[in-house]
Design a protein around this ligand. Structure first.
Ligand code: RFL
Ligand code: PHB
Length: 390
């Protein structure tokens, strides 16, 4: 089989890239290791930046997000038993959209089906070949049969544990990594949110986040030990711990209920440079990971494929500048989101070595943050998302 672009991975970055290439009339295939149900079962991101909303609109899949998503003008930072509002809209003129990654993925899958575009699911033994030459290939097995796809380009949208980055010789790539000494225990439950906006809380017992998926479904997190197993956390234990990290009046108001999903995610910062190797490009989690504190992972994945879809469109119109500068332009924005996510994580969590001095530093910075309009503006403009060309 022959195509213009072979995309590895049908997560949000692969599906969005497919939708944008389709709009530009560029032929592509998507090859995914898992089943559609498995991809939809991963409860991950919840907050979309304007850049991501614009790309979903450009791909023609934004309608349900605008109908059902919750636009948020701000969020609350909570410490020393009090909440402080960060007014994103007043500080930056922008908002974010609370709309789950599962719904984004579902909208992209439905649009693919409606457009008659196929995705190869349950592909095994996916291998990339000859991307340093002019005729790259992808081989894989599906439904017991071996397949080969010849393409002009391969794009690795296959996440942190995918095959694309692993296919690059280690001496052609430089990686940067920080692993954090804790995880996030997340719970999804069908109860009304404790507050109409998100609450990020820094407490002596650790970080907590009250997010949501709708007016009747919450996504709440508490910082936990990396040794913790999800089975050790009963629903009651989770609700008790979350309430202890929030102001008394919020804890008292919180509606609890049975969890629909419960999982522990480790926290990591990671960047692979560059993001192009001959005719192979990396995008999204395949190239970089941020801790979820800044809500940047899915948004970075979207901005990568936004840049790449434009670059490939220009290439097929005879202009290769975009693909030649993709890596540099994407990394310039990625590093700023890495910095913001690392900073916000460092500010809000208890680290084993935070100590009394470190705690005072965190308190001083939080107090400064909510009292200085300059500091709040810097935080807000990063949270709503930097422009594509920073
Ligand atoms: P994904 O979603 O990991 O999808 C990669 C796809 O590739 C497939 N795959 C393969 N396919 C073929 N062959 C192989 N060898 C393959 N190996 C893997 C996988 O099955 C999968 O379907 O990467 P993508 O598309 O780059 O998307 C990235 C986002 O999923 C991720 O950055 C976000 O979820 C991060 N994130 C958040 N991002 C935000 O922007 N806002 C948030 O509020 C936010 N909250 C979060 C998050 C991530 C979290 N976790 C669990 C890591 C909250 C959490 C708790
Ligand atoms: C979520 O809703 O899952 C979520 C929201 C904000 C974050 C991280 C996760 O910073």
């Amino acid at each position: 089989m022959r195509t213009q672009v072979a995309i590895i991975g049908a997560g949000p970055s692969g599906l969005l890239l497919g939708a944008l290439l389709h709009k530009a009339g560029i032929d592509h295939v998507i090859i995914e290791r898992q089943s559609p149900d498995y991809v939809l079962s991963r409860i991950r991101a919840g907050v979309l930046e304007q850049v991501t909303m614009d790309l979903l609109d450009a791909a023609g899949v934004g309608a349900r997000m605008h109908r059902e998503g919750l636009p948020h003008d701000g969020f609350d930072l909570c410490f020393d038993g009090r909440r402080h509002r960060i007014d994103l809209h007043a500080l930056t003129g922008r908002k974010v959209m609370v709309y789950g990654q599962t719904e984004v993925t579902r909208d992209l899958m439905d649009a693919r089906t409606a457009a008659g575009l196929g995705t190869v699911y349950n592909a095994s033994d996916v291998q990339l070949h000859d991307f340093n030459g002019t005729q790259p290939r992808v081989t894989f097995t599906a439904k017991g049969e071996a397949h080969e796809v010849h393409a002009d380009f391969i794009v690795g949208c296959d996440g942190f544990h995918g095959v694309a980055r692993a296919s690059v010789p280690t001496d052609a790539m430089q990686t940067f990594e920080k692993v954090y000494p804790f995880g996030w225990l997340g719970v999804l439950a069908d109860v009304p949110p404790v507050h109409e906006e998100l609450i990020y809380a820094s407490d002596e017992r650790g970080f907590a986040l009250c997010s949501m998926r709708s007016k009747s479904r919450v996504r709440y997190y508490v910082q936990c030990s990396l040794e913790d197993k999800v089975e050790q956390w009963s629903d009651d234990a989770f609700w008790d711990e979350l309430k202890r990290r929030l102001p008394a009046e919020d804890a008292a108001r919180m509606v609890t209920g049975p969890s629909i999903e419960k999982s522990i995610a480790p926290l990591r910062s990671f960047v692979a440079e560059p993001m192009r190797f001959g005719r192979l490009f990396l995008a999204g989690d395949a190239a970089h990971i941020v801790p979820p504190t800044g809500a940047k992972g899915l948004n970075l994945a979207a901005s990568d494929v936004g840049l790449l879809s434009h670059a490939l469109t220009d290439y097929y119109r005879g202009n290769a500048v975009g693909i030649d500068t993709y890596s540099e332009r994407a990394l310039s924005r990625i590093w700023k989101a890495e910095r913001f996510s690392w900073w916000f994580t460092s500010l809000m969590h208890r680290f084993p070595d935070t100590g009394a001095f470190g705690r005072r530093m965190q308190s001083a910075e939080l107090d400064y943050l909510v009292k200085s309009e300059a500091a709040m503006t810097a935080m807000a403009e990063n949270y709503v998302g930097l422009p594509l060309n920073v």
